[in-house]
Design a protein. Structure first.
Lengths: 447, 426
């Protein structure tokens, strides 16, 4: 390897985090690990220090004024694409990638889809709410989302009243947002639905309103206590009361599965994470700290490549090539990949990771990579590759795409391509095809 | 199992007479008559025709995700059943004058289809729709568990589905054409351990179909080569599925062009028809439509969805080559029905028993299973589940797709197919 190769630590950094660990942490908490980012973080004293630096980025994140209003839209599709493009650009250019990864996590956790709400302004408003509380405490976030108009409409709680309770929100509150399946029965769902009656929207349907006269003020038995339960109190019970352990494990497992590797709520990896949640009243930074500083996160299992969800892959490719979401029409391709932001197919978000290997998602990715190839060619972004020797081509691609090491099969395929084209006198296609080939390499698809 | 025989008018009586005879025999519970009709071997012994060869039939599964409100899809038209329906359904009841087709009143069993389903009603009138009632889920009322249970065909959630397991033994299970999904994910119906399933996008082109230009061929070759000797794990999975996708792109590319037009379901079903017309050995196609979970303000939403379903089915049959109409059937399913009484938001919550449809030239038309008995709901006050969807699957696997061993376990089959048409398919 060449001198100064980021994979080999410099002598002065032996007592510091090092480039390999820095790259792992950056890839998991962001959208890639450019050479500059790796260099900066590699100087951290140790893993705990590096994690603190990453967690602290939330404090300095730039303001994010929405690109569209939160009022009624006269161009639903156009505004939806504009909002998606804006968010992809945030992910691409932010100095705090972890914030964007957390907003993306909450976006898939607290789903409100355009396919039912039909109001992009309300979804923009909800997005703002998620962003503000992304790394605060879960009780505050959960309370804000429960009163969010888009959510009140999406899960029908706006139409939940005393004479005819509506179970949709209550069920998903238990199944998806707090305890997860197995910790409640149908009677709990009914009682919870009754407790949430009256929490609705005003006559404009754009703001929360507490419609007292719709509230069922009778006694309900919930988790062993019978009284006039009212909505927000049930959140306290779910997070701090009889269901605290279940909720801490369910949420902990979901976050662990996102940042490390898939686990179930009962798996041992979740023990410390759930304990941290309960000890800090669900402070999200404490939960993330527990995950990112654990032995398992830094183990082989923790480092094994994870499929990048389409949004994360697209942003990683944009960061590597310098292209923008706007000029590549990335928002449209993201929808084709099966991860249309603000429009998850159902309330469980994008739970099925197998979906990312489906043929139509793969085709949408390769077609996006084709688009990237074209725009890089027009801008001559990879023209420098033409004069580099094959070894240097591979190294420079690694650095640009934030890959620690190409696997043997990837390296062989790329080498054959570059050498083959040059041997046949068509070296021009090296600069042309490289951005596409690199974007579709296994080490970029999964990180 | 009971089955009512009620032709729409006497003009159909002669054409229906053979079906009436079969149904009458079954209704009398004549096991001696019923048994030979459900096993291919004894049918041949009896001199009757067998099912299509393995090279013949195909099924298109349309899944309505969210729990279709069956009670407002297939609606009681007359008699006591109608009175109970109107009183229990209140403002959500569909006026009898807005119903189309169905069966005239015979002993209070008359029904009509929701007004948004004229094509389906016309096919029913022609004896080509089996209305399969009392299918659904009694377990957990969660969509995800109910959908997985419905699509697995094992009675519980599973990692594989009935058509996937059935394809796992097929000689062509690796070529990506045997089971095809339209959309961005592969529904569980089609997933097996071995079978490779392509998911065809209904909008947007596919890179990789064009290989004549050398720079495209070189790029494709390199990306394909990423899958050579790549290890297990996520990276390997992605590399391999990418290589497969490139191989398939050549074949599927022409199917996507020109881009179909119309509603999402219509576009998906047009593609499904094109896949079958391509005659590459496809045996199962799966299409899905979201949005049926009508908890609030149901009337207009449901009408719109049913209209999309009807138009989609019409577009499918209009696109499908005439020569294939005799060996393709369409199965429409949903994970459960909905509650009998409306909730406070002018909608309905999750229920149990619902209704499935099997449509095609070879289908024995009529009602199958037990019509919803609103006076005798199950212990949760819901329309009861009286027919196992697994029995429907078994019938299709054994009598239409040429037998698939234990894909859904052993058990009874239902009289869903018209033997005469099945002969013509061979």
């Amino acid at each position: 390897m060449a001198h100064g190769d980021p994979a080999r630590p410099r002598r002065s950094q032996i007592m510091a985090l090092g480039a390999v660990d820095a790259a792992h942490l950056l890839r998991r908490t962001g959208f890639g690990a450019s050479a500059a980012d790796v260099d900066r973080l590699a100087g951290a004293v140790d893993r705990a220090d590096a994690v603190e630096r990453i967690l602290a980025t939330f404090d300095d994140v730039e303001d994010a004024p929405l690109p569209i209003g939160t009022g009624p839209s006269s161009n639903l599709y156009g505004d939806w694409m504009a909002l998606t493009t804006w968010w992809l650009e945030r992910m691409r250019t932010t100095s705090a990638p972890l914030v964007e990864r957390m907003v993306l996590f909450w976006h898939g956790h607290f789903v409100s889809g355009l396919n039912k709400v039909f109001d992009i302004g309300l979804l923009a408003q909800q997005h703002d709410t998620l962003r503000r509380h992304a790394l605060g405490d879960y009780r505050t976030l959960l309370g804000a989302v429960a009163f969010d108009p888009a959510m009140l409409l999406y899960l029908d709680n706006a139409f939940n009243f005393r004479t005819h309770p509506q179970e949709n929100f209550a069920r998903e509150l238990l199944e998806l947002f707090t305890t997860g399946p197995g910790h409640y029965d149908q009677d709990d769902v009914v009682a919870l639905a009754r407790a949430w009656t009256g929490h609705s929207v005003d006559d404009t349907w754009r703001r929360y309103a507490n419609r007292d006269f719709w509230h069922d003020a009778g006694d309900k038995e919930l988790f062993g206590t019978t009284r006039n339960w009212d909505g927000p109190e049930t959140l306290d019970a779910l997070l701090f009361g009889p269901r605290a352990e279940a909720t801490s494990r369910f949420l902990g497992a979901k976050l662990w599965s996102t940042f490390a590797y898939p686990v179930g709520a009962e798996d041992p990896e979740v023990d410390d994470v759930a304990a941290a949640a309960r000890a800090t009243a669900f402070d999200l930074r404490a939960v993330l700290r527990a995950i990112l500083t654990s032995e398992a996160f830094w183990s082989d299992a923790g480092r094994a490549p994870r499929t990048r969800p389409p949004a994360v892959w697209i942003v990683a490719v944009l960061r590597a090539t310098g292209l923008s979401a706007t000029e590549t029409g990335a928002a449209w391709f993201l929808e084709r990949c099966g991860q249309g932001l603000f429009n998850a197919a159902d309330v469980s978000g994008w739970r099925d990771q197998d979906a990312w290997t489906a043929t139509s998602t793969t085709w949408a990715r390769t077609t996006f990579a084709n688009q990237v190839r074209w725009r890089c060619w027009i801008d001559e972004r990879f023209a420098d590759q033409e004069v580099l020797a094959t070894d240097e081509v591979l190294d420079s691609l690694r650095a640009r795409f934030g890959v620690t090491e190409w696997s043997a099969s990837t390296e062989r395929a790329m080498r054959d391509f570059v050498d083959g084209a040059r041997a046949r006198g068509v070296g021009w296609e090296v600069a042309y095809n490289l951005p596409m080939i690199a974007a579709l390499a296994p080490e970029v698809l999964a990180a | 199992m009971t089955r009512r025989s009620a032709p729409c008018d006497t003009g159909h009586a002669t054409r229906w007479s053979r079906r009436e005879l079969l149904r009458g025999a079954l209704a009398m519970g004549g096991a001696a008559v019923a048994a030979p009709l459900t096993t291919a071997g004894s049918m041949r012994r009896a001199g009757a025709a067998g099912p299509p060869d393995r090279d013949g039939g195909a099924v298109v599964v349309v899944t309505l995700l969210g729990g279709n409100d069956a009670l407002n899809t297939v609606v009681p038209r007359t008699g006591a059943a109608r009175a109970t329906y109107e009183s229990r359904r209140g403002a959500l009841a569909i006026p009898a004058s807005q119903l189309v087709g169905g069966d005239a009143d015979v002993d209070g069993s008359g029904f009509g289809f929701h007004g948004s389903l004229p094509m389906l009603a016309a096919r029913y009138d022609a004896g080509e729709v089996a209305v399969i009632e009392g299918v659904g889920s009694t377990g957990d009322l969660s969509h995800f568990i109910a959908q997985d249970t419905m699509m697995s065909g094992t009675g519980a959630p599973s990692a594989t589905g009935w058509l996937g397991r059935a394809a796992d033994d097929a000689p062509d299970r690796h070529d990506g054409w045997h089971n095809v999904a339209i959309g961005s994910t592969v529904p569980l119906h089609l997933r097996g351990q071995e079978v490779r399933v392509a998911a065809l996008p209904s909008v947007g082109g596919i890179w990789g179909a064009e290989r004549t230009k050398y720079w495209e061929a070189d790029a494709i070759a390199c990306v394909r080569a990423f899958a050579d000797d790549v290890g297990p794990g996520a990276a390997g999975e992605l590399a391999r599925s990418q290589a497969m996708a490139l191989d398939l792109a050549e074949g599927f590319g022409p199917i996507l062009s020109p881009t179909p037009t119309g509603s999402p379901l219509s576009r998906d079903l047009q593609l499904a028809a094109r896949v079958l017309d391509a005659d590459r050995g496809t045996r199962a196609v799966a299409v899905e439509l979201q949005g049926w979970d009508t908890h609030a303000r149901q009337a207009a939403t449901h009408a719109g969805l049913l209209r999309q379903l009807d138009e989609g089915l019409a577009a499918f049959f209009a696109t499908l080559d005439a020569s294939r109409h005799r060996d393709v059937v369409v199965l429409v399913v949903s994970e459960f029905g909905r509650r009998i009484a409306p909730n406070g938001s002018s909608g309905t919550d999750h229920g149990h028993g619902g209704t499935a449809f099997l449509i095609g030239d070879a289908v024995a038309g009529g009602r199958v299973g037990t019509p919803p008995d609103l006076d005798h709901p199950d212990e949760d006050g819901n329309v009861a589940v009286t027919t196992e969807l697994r029995d429907v699957y078994r019938t299709i696997l054994d009598e239409w797709l040429g037998g698939a061993g234990d894909a859904v376990g052993s058990g009874p089959t239902l009289p869903l197919f018209d033997r005469r048409s099945a002969v013509a398919a061979r």
